[in-house]
Design a protein around this ligand. Structure first.
Ligand code: ADP
Ligand code: MG
Length: 417
């Protein structure tokens, strides 16, 4: 597989760079530009060598099934990539960075043709095109026709076979043109491969799996149980496991259709799947459906010994005994993979569990290989100030999970081979 540094004679060449600028933003105000920062080494390398860059990324979601065209327009407006182009221009003052509000047709072609050596053109959100997520061949053909080379640096999108991630490189490759991995991709693939191809010296290998739903993470639970010595469960998915064991879980969320699967995991694990032994519980917990954020009003927070949740209450974090038990397991590890916060870390009262996991991993610094992969878990790690304590914090949530599930394979990487 080629990497950016294998690309020769870049001067004057047009390079399509697929980046992951899917940043958290509202009305064009970016809350965290980590993903833009992460793409800089590749963009700088290419631009400094005189390439002419056509940079594309998706941002947010456009629900094309929506029948009302006005609503589609609203979604587009909410996910305009111009904010990311502006931020990139600030971060790369030594190069000319411009934004093309179109990502197809004559306007885009003209903007690409006007590029000088070292210039960077960021095109509009790829998802403004209905064909992007369907890997529409006509769309991929048009994008591929604009350039001489393809560079993949969007780790967070590498698990999706879309026009911009798989369509374009397939076409260029068939035409005998170079396709390569960027620096961020290289780093991500290298670190996550280590979590997949486990060596004896990496044992004990401990995984911590939290977050919301068992059904979201079914495949990864199976894969982790095969690879790891211990899997520590936290988050809301705890209660599907507890219910499967016949325990009282109060109002905690349970996925009724996953109970058999949960029982199967517990049996298969032969004691290597650890469940919380106590919990922080609350009796008021509201989910704001429209905004997909959780608005929680704590009325009372109690700790229930033994993991039995009283009626009317639900578990929202791992309790102190579990924190201690998990910290001890982590302390003995040579390798750790963590996905999913173990509590509702967005709310101050329910952060202690997730912080305790961070703290335990900090204790392994220099002694073990530690990786955090997962959108929300990575933002918790960052928010609590533990990012530098990890060997690697992935920029891709879904992508890092799929890498583990699929034994190191991702469509956006395999296409470059
Ligand atoms: P990641 O993005 O790291 O993969 P997920 O998206 O699966 O993680 O889950 C993150 C969400 O899980 C967070 O918003 C957090 O509030 C929620 N969560 C964690 N524990 C609980 C719990 N006990 N009850 C309800 N929600 C929880
Ligand atoms: Mg998430």
């Amino acid at each position: 597989m080629l990497t950016v540094e294998d690309l020769k004679d870049l001067k004057g060449k047009k390079v399509y760079v697929r980046v992951d600028f899917n940043v958290p933003q509202k009305n064009g105000v970016i809350r965290d530009d980590n993903r833009i920062q992460a793409a800089l080494p590749t963009l700088k390398y290419l631009a400094d060598h005189g390439a002419r860059l056509v940079v594309m990324s998706h941002l947010g979601k456009i629900k094309w099934k929506e029948p009302d065209p006005a609503k589609i327009e609203e979604m587009k407006k909410a996910n305009n990539l111009e904010c990311a182009a502006k931020r990139l221009a600030e971060l790369m003052p030594e190069h000319k960075v411009s934004f093309c509000p179109e990502n197809r047709g004559a306007a885009l072609k003209a903007a690409v043709d006007a590029l000088q050596d070292g210039d960077i053109l960021v095109a509009q959100n790829t998802r403004y095109q209905k064909g992007e997520e369907k890997n529409d061949p006509e769309l991929a053909k048009e994008w591929a026709s604009l350039v001489d080379i393809f560079v993949m640096d969007a780790f967070g999108s590498a698990h999706r076979a879309h026009a911009s991630t798989v369509g374009v490189p397939s076409i260029l490759k068939a035409e005998g043109k170079p396709v390569a991995l960027g620096y961020l991709m290289l780093k991500e693939v290298k670190n996550l491969t280590r979590c997949v191809e486990v060596k004896d010296s990496d044992r004990p290998y401990v995984a911590i799996l939290g977050g919301f739903k068992v059904s979201d993470k079914i495949k990864v639970i199976d894969s982790l149980l095969k690879k790891c010595d211990y899997v520590l469960i936290g988050g809301a998915m705890t209660y599907t496991f507890k219910k499967a064991l016949g325990m009282d879980v109060g109002n905690s969320p349970v996925e009724a259709d996953q109970l058999d699967y949960a029982r199967h995991c517990i049996e298969e694990a032969h004691g290597r799947l650890l469940l919380p032994i106590d919990a922080v519980v609350t009796n008021v917990f509201e989910l704001d459906d429209e905004h997909k954020t959780r608005e929680i009003k704590t009325v009372s927070t109690i700790v229930e010994e033994g993991g039995k949740i009283p009626a009317g209450f639900e578990g929202v974090d791992i309790g102190p005994a579990t924190r201690k038990m998990y910290a001890e397991k982590i302390a003995g590890a040579k390798m750790v993979f963590w996905n999913g916060p173990v509590g509702v870390f967005e709310q101050e009262d329910f952060q202690a569990g997730t912080k305790a996991i961070c703290e335990a991993i900090r204790g392994l610094k220099g002694k073990a290989f530690t990786v955090c992969g997962g959108g929300d878990s990575a933002s918790a790690v960052k928010q609590f100030g533990y990012k530098a304590d990890f060997s690697h914090v992935s920029t891709g949530g879904g992508a890092s999970l799929e890498m583990i599930e699929n034994d190191g394979h991702l469509p956006g990487v395999d296409v470059l081979a």
